[in-house]
Design a protein around this ligand. Sequence first.
Ligand SMILES: NC(=O)c1ccc[n+]([C@@H]2O[C@H](COP(=O)([O-])OP(=O)(O)OC[C@H]3O[C@@H](n4cnc5c(N)ncnc54)[C@H](O)[C@@H]3O)[C@@H](O)[C@H]2O)c1
Length: 273
Amino acid sequence: MRLGLIGFGNIATTLLGLMRQTGLSVEDLTVLTLPEFADETRTRLGADFADVAKDCGVVTGAEGLLSAQPDLVIECAGHAAVTAHVPPVLRAGMDVVIVSIGALADAALESSVRNAAAEGGARLILPAGAVGGIDLLSALGVAGGLIVRYRGTKPPKAWTGTPAEGLLDLPGLGERTVFFTGNARQAATDYPKNANVAATLALAGAGFEETQVELVADPEATGNSHEYSVESPLARYSIRIENQASAGNAKTSVTTVWSVLREIRNRIGPVAV
Ligand SMILES: NC(=O)c1ccc[n+]([C@@H]2O[C@H](COP(=O)([O-])OP(=O)(O)OC[C@H]3O[C@@H](n4cnc5c(N)ncnc54)[C@H](O)[C@@H]3O)[C@@H](O)[C@H]2O)c1
């Protein structure tokens, strides 16, 4: 397999570490980074991840990625990178896994990537990320009549750098506090780095407007928990996942990276599950 990565931050580097840890290697790896990080990325790829790919390259634009002809591209860089790089890659016929799913709360961007995938005959893949049960939600979503309620709880420090800072005294918070109640579109717009799960649930199920979201800061929380319930005319279920935060980023649940690894494994192996 020829693999492309957009971004070389916490998720991308943890993913490469997991590939090495689980004995998964690829023919070719091309990493798209911001120009100012290209040299550093090249050095780190050679020093830390040489055994993950037979050949490695670093590029700073979508054209470079296209020339490398990856079989699968994984975006793990954020909203701006989805806007800049994902449409041309899809239009060129390459499948893309998007990790920054919250970016698709921007309706214009969602339609741009959907159109690009259709034009290129490529597939836009939205991984389950930090949560599970997306298979059932997506199946029930087609039947309609869904009510989906999601609650995301993280320790106060995971909400630093978000509008929660203006609503709560995060370092001094004494008790569990719900600071956002609204729909998934608003959650993903106001808390873009923390609302990927809300966006994933919305896209799989009832849509951005109809998916109800609560965001919570809890000083007792040791990791990031995601709870949601689904009511449909066909079935009801609820799920609660208590994730460890990723070592490199308190906002990111570590299972997200394993979920992306699953996308690669399912692509390479003889059985997809
Ligand atoms: N789907 C989920 O469940 C889920 C969970 C956690 C995080 N995420 C999302 O995954 C993304 C990556 O998270 P992370 O923890 O690795 O973040 P990070 O900040 O550690 O890494 C992002 C990397 O992307 C690079 N980058 C930014 N803009 C770029 C561009 N235009 N072109 C190329 N590279 C660019 C940055 O330099 C950085 O190296 C974020 O958008 C985050 O919201 C999704």
